[in-house]
Structures are given as structure tokens and as C-alpha cells.
Design a protein around this ligand. Structure first.
Ligand SMILES: [Ca+2]
Length: 146
């Protein structure tokens, strides 16, 4: 009997944690997240057509435009916790700037590799062979301040 009560207490606090994190819900708890909801931003999606889980990197959102880049998607995750590297299938650029997405880290850093330019406001599916970058290969990105 005592045991059951204690368990109930644990369950109760677990539920409280779940409830409070649900309240905090930010981008894309209930996918798909509509990019631009929180200002000028870039959204990477795990599936085509802006579906699946989303990543909205603050790195591409604030500060000096010349410094808005992500030199390695390793270590970054989608909202659901899945790794961002080599996992992007569609993009929505809701900034007033051009977005370049690269196949390799460090903006391809002199190596040959795919590159996709996404103009301001555009949404793009990373479809194999059609846009200069293969699906699930993106590893770095930057904005150009024009
Ligand atoms: Ca890659």
C-alpha cells in the first residue's frame, strides 16, 4: 500500500513535468511548423514539402548578417532531437537574404560539393538532381546579406 502511494507520487511529478514542458512548446511541437511564425528565420525540415520535424537555428536569425552561418550541422538537431547533419529534405527561407546550403561542412571549404541557393522567401524541396544538392546531404549553410 505504501509502495503504491509512493509510485503515485512519482507519476504525479512526471505528469507535472510533461505538462509544464507542453506549455513552453515552441516551434513545431505539432508539426509542421509554419516558418516565419517567430520572425525572419530559416527553417530546415526533415521531410519534403516542409513536413516532418523542423530546425529553426538561432544562428541564422540574429546578429550581424555577415556572421550568420552554420559551419557544421553536426551537433545541431531538429526540434525532435534528431541530428540535423545530412538529414535536411526541405527548406523555407523566411529571411530577406539569400541562403546558401552546402553539402559539406565549412561551406564546402574549397572542396567540390553540392550547393543550393534559396532566395528570400522561397521554399525548396531538396530533390535529388534538380537543385544542386542531394537530399539528406546538407552539412553547412550561410546567409548572404543581399
Ligand atoms: Ca554532408
Amino acid at each position: 500500500m505504501k509502495k503504491r502511494v509512493a509510485l503515485k507520487g512519482v507519476l504525479g511529478s512526471l505528469l507535472a513535468v510533461v505538462a509544464s514542458s507542453a506549455v513552453v512548446s515552441s516551434p513545431a511541437q505539432a508539426a509542421p511548423y509554419k516558418c516565419g511564425t517567430n520572425g525572419a528565420e530559416v527553417c530546415f525540415y526533415s521531410n519534403p514539402n516542409l513536413q516532418g520535424t523542423v530546425a529553426v537555428p538561432g544562428r541564422l536569425k540574429t546578429g550581424d548578417v555577415w556572421k550568420r552561418y552554420m559551419d557544421d550541422f553536426n551537433g545541431w538537431t531538429f526540434y525532435n532531437g534528431d541530428g540535423l547533419n545530412d538529414a535536411v529534405s526541405s527548406v523555407w527561407n523566411r529571411t530577406p537574404y539569400h541562403l546558401a546550403i552546402y553539402e559539406h561542412r565549412e561551406l564546402n571549404s574549397g572542396r567540390s560539393g553540392g550547393m543550393l541557393m534559396v532566395p528570400p522567401g522561397e521554399r525548396v524541396n531538396v530533390i535529388n538532381g534538380l537543385v544542386g544538392l542531394y537530399d539528406n546531404t546538407a552539412s553547412s549553410a550561410r546567409l548572404f546579406p543581399y
